[in-house]
Design a protein around this ligand. Sequence first.
Ligand code: ADP
Ligand code: MG
Length: 465
Amino acid sequence: MTFESLGLHTSVIKALTEAGYTKPTGVQEQAVPAAIEGRDLLVSSQTGSGKTAAFMLPALHKFASEQQAAPAAGKTPNQEMQASRSRGERPRFKPAQPKMLVLTPTRELALQVTTATDKYGAHMKRVKAISILGGMPYPKQMQLLAKNPEILVATPGRLIDHMESGKIDFSQLQILVLDEADRMLDMGFIDDIEKIVDATPESRQTMLFSATLDGVVGNMAKRITKNPMIIQIAGSATKHENIQQKVHFVDDLSHKNRLLDHLLRDVTMDQAVVFTATKRDADTIADRLNIAGFAAAALHGDMHQGARNRTLDSLRRGQVRVLVATDVAARGIDVPAITHVFNYDLPKFPEDYVHRIGRTGRAGRNGVAVSLVNHAEGVNVKRIERFTKQLIPVDVVEGFEPKRSASAPRSNHKPGGWKPGDNRGGAKPGGRTFSKPGAAPRKEGGGYKGNRSNDSGARRSFGDR
Ligand code: ADP
Ligand code: MG
């Protein structure tokens, strides 16, 4: 399958060739033709599988085709404002009338989508994408909106602010995308999302992307789409077969820190994300790692947007090797050189585990995801295993064995040579995993479901205005 055979406009294909994309990913193969036809989409597929292009390419294709059909363009609101000013009239702000709106849960993700759009649309005339984000100064955003961009990429809270002050008019909107819809609901954005959807025309095309299409997300998806095509890639969005997952048991904090230092010196490691439960821990651990000689930096929601952007830029440029982050700040980050993810603390919700480890193994690469777990947290590992329907093998590093033998099985550490699929099925020769005889049998398709409706209430405070 090629991008040409998906029917994309030549200007889009040219940009993809320059970006080094040789063929569409699985989700793109399915989503692009259906979206070009104008269908609504509900998509769940693994992180890193190229969902941004799956919704952005058909949109850019549409705009490129429209431009070809009707090349004449009117004045932008900005030009009109200037013209009226030169006529001596009092300038009036005309609301922006975007053709496409992409909603994302976090600022980082919004910026990433905007950057990807600039890349995919590099050979198109007059297609402008801007980000509307919490934390960005209002005057700057007014300037961006005055350019009347075709594409808005926004976090819900700030967008609502602009809508309510009359800065955005959605009457011309053709395409609405909800990226990481499950995350947005988890973050308490449901009311904002419904308000935004209500402000858009019924005739719009809607595309919703989510790790899961069950529960609250599924209900919302049904309400806001018409006869959607449902695309679920490779069985599950949560399997991550290209990521080698393991658990290391630790006795105490000092054991955990020593083991983390050791694992960070792995020569196969390029860049890593270390996840912590709290913002404070993120700072403390980043400081400690810096003192230990690692190029580490923290990323969390208490930092100013400028500092967050600078840290991510340093990560992308390779100046930061170890990013120590909280869930919210690191959500959706796409840095291909991230080879390792460490859970310094286990996430509160199994869904977060899936999102965390998805920071590695981007675009078909392999990755390693290591959880450092206290003995008492074994039950939380089991919850994650039930959610992902996968066993996470226990690993032990020589010289760093935990004292408690119950959770210290013989090492199944394999020096290098791991291939995708190795961690399927659990037990390996010479190693022991949770599937040892006598352990609780694991139910395939078992009854566990993330309790999203309750979770979302507890997490409202994460809202990213
Ligand atoms: P997702 O949203 O599914 O997590 P992204 O859209 O962020 O994934 O894409 C993940 C990475 O894959 C990005 O670095 C992107 O540039 C790259 N990518 C996307 N599509 C292709 C493709 N067809 N060929 C090569 N790389 C791709
Ligand atoms: Mg994405």
